[in-house]
Design a protein around this ligand. Sequence first.
Ligand SMILES: [Zn+2]
Length: 181
Amino acid sequence: MKNILKSSLSNILNLFYPHLCLHCSSKLEKNYFYFCKICLFDFSYLECKHNISTFAVFENIGAIKTLLKELKTQKILSITKIAAAFIVIQYFRLKWPMPDVIYLMNNPLIKNHQYYLSKEVSLFLKKPLKKRQNLSEVALIVFDVLETQKFNQIKETLLFKKVYAIGLCFDVFFDDLDLFL
Ligand SMILES: [Zn+2]
């Protein structure tokens, strides 16, 4: 009985702090959470460009792909918040103006990982999460993977004063990006 209790407790703890690296499954050293020291090298912020309104946080590689996968499955409770924190940090690094709203591209009734990610960013920035458009407002749209070509087409049809879009990564490798920037 004691063992069952112990194993269920460790299962619960694993939801918050898994003891193996999510990407390479090596044992995590003390004070490391989710990813090991080596995999954390993949978490390098993309160098910010100026005068752009569409950007990403990380390169679409290794451990970042695992982070995306975990974000989609929503099995680890705090992953969405961590991903949102990375997005908010990159947002400030980009020195974009504070948005009036966080705009939801999808139907807000569909509570998928994209919804929760947008919601966490809206909580961090203390800006409302909305589906309604307003010509006088500046909007920020949050993506897990930013499909730049597709988004640039959609952007033309949006009715905000200005639209900024940020993704945890781009759909292509950063070096392959056409200079739409
Ligand atoms: Zn690792």
